[in-house]
Design a protein around this ligand. Structure first.
Ligand code: CP
Length: 317
């Protein structure tokens, strides 16, 4: 049984392989070509224990563009409210027929547990777990960067020499973690910039430079600035600089955005807190790739579903 629950264990060749398949899927994902019959007869279950707009919808779109059937499960309104466990919930849905399960859960490690437990006989794809990982978000971010750097000649290439500054609530960000592992595997250099209270313990042992001053980081002219959502729902009050202080010190406001070099792109995984970590003008500017990331997410998730469900390629056991 094969799964994708982390970017940390992907080799460079595996990561480039996924991005290349996503390039092959892009025409269908972007609706320039008709949907493919590749996963006809397969069923994908979207098992979401946490809210989502982009990830759940794009996995659904990706599965349908590969002709798979889709069953959507949301914990809200389900028997989870009666205390049903992850194991029983997953086995109940698998009993209806599931070749692949896409899972988002607030507990870090839930996708790994599902993948390794043997509870279900289906490929497991993480759609984000707690503060741990969000592998398909990192893959779509890398896909977006690679296209910006290499254009139509992106196939087979990594992100060697690219400088990426990831800013904000690193402590709670599964996006930051998955991006760090994937981007460094692909040859990029990553810097985290954050308030000291939002830097995870143990980060010193990770392959990342840490900074606390966004203005100094902008002076260095990174190729990519990735702003993170302030995750107020996971925030202990003591950790959070007040909103005005946060926006002043760590927000990408209009003035900071204007100081970025012409070629620097601004990324955000969404959903955005406009006026807090990013100004409306920066989010909507020509250098912003926010909607391009969403569009690319369908191609990347088509690639992941294809690789996990078709058995054509070993992604991660
Ligand atoms: N980026 C992301 O995971 O967005 P959603 O929470 O809307 O899926």
């Amino acid at each position: 049984m094969r799964h994708l629950v982390s970017t940390r264990e992907l080799t460079r060749d595996e990561a480039i392989g996924i991005l290349d398949v996503a390039e092959d899927m892009a025409g269908v994902a972007h609706r320039e070509m008709k949907k493919l019959p590749t996963l006809r007869g397969k069923t994908v279950v979207n098992l979401f224990f946490e809210d989502s707009t982009r990830t759940r919808m794009s996995f659904e779109a990706a599965a349908k563009r590969l002709s798979a059937d889709v069953i959507n499960f949301s914990a809200k309104g389900s028997s989870v409210s009666k205390g049903e466990s992850l194991k029983d919930t997953a086995q109940t849905l698998a009993a209806m027929g599931a070749d692949g399960v896409v899972i988002r859960h607030s507990a870090s490690g839930a996708p790994q547990t599902l993948a390794r437990s043997g509870w279900i006989d289906a490929g497991v794809v993480s759609a984000g777990d707690g503060t741990h990982e969000h592998p398909t978000q990192a893959l779509l971010d890398a896909f977006t960067m690679r296209r910006r750097v290499h254009g139509a000649a992106a196939r087979g290439k990594g992100l060697d020499g690219l400088t990426v500054t990831i800013v904000g609530d690193i402590l709670h960000s599964r996006v930051a973690r998955s991006n760090l592992w994937l981007l460094t595997t692909l040859g990029a250099s990553v810097r985290f910039v954050a308030p000291a209270s939002l830097v995870p313990i143990g980060v010193e042992s990770w392959p990342v430079e840490i900074g606390y001053d966004l203005d100094a980081a902008i002076e260095d002219g990174p190729d990519v600035v990735m702003m993170l959502r302030v995750q107020a729902e996971r925030m202990h009050a003591a950790f959070f600089p007040n909103a005005r202080e946060y926006a002043r010190e760590w927000g990408l406001d209009d003035e900071r955005a204007a100081r970025l070099p012409a070629g620097t792109i601004v990324m955000h995984p969404g959903p955005m807190n406009r006026g807090l970590e990013i100004s409306a003008a920066a989010a909507d500017s020509p250098r912003s790739t926010v909607l391009e990331q969403v569009t690319n997410g369908v191609a990347v998730r088509m690639a992941v579903l294809y690789l996990v469900l078709s058995g054509e390629r070993e992604v991660r056991s």
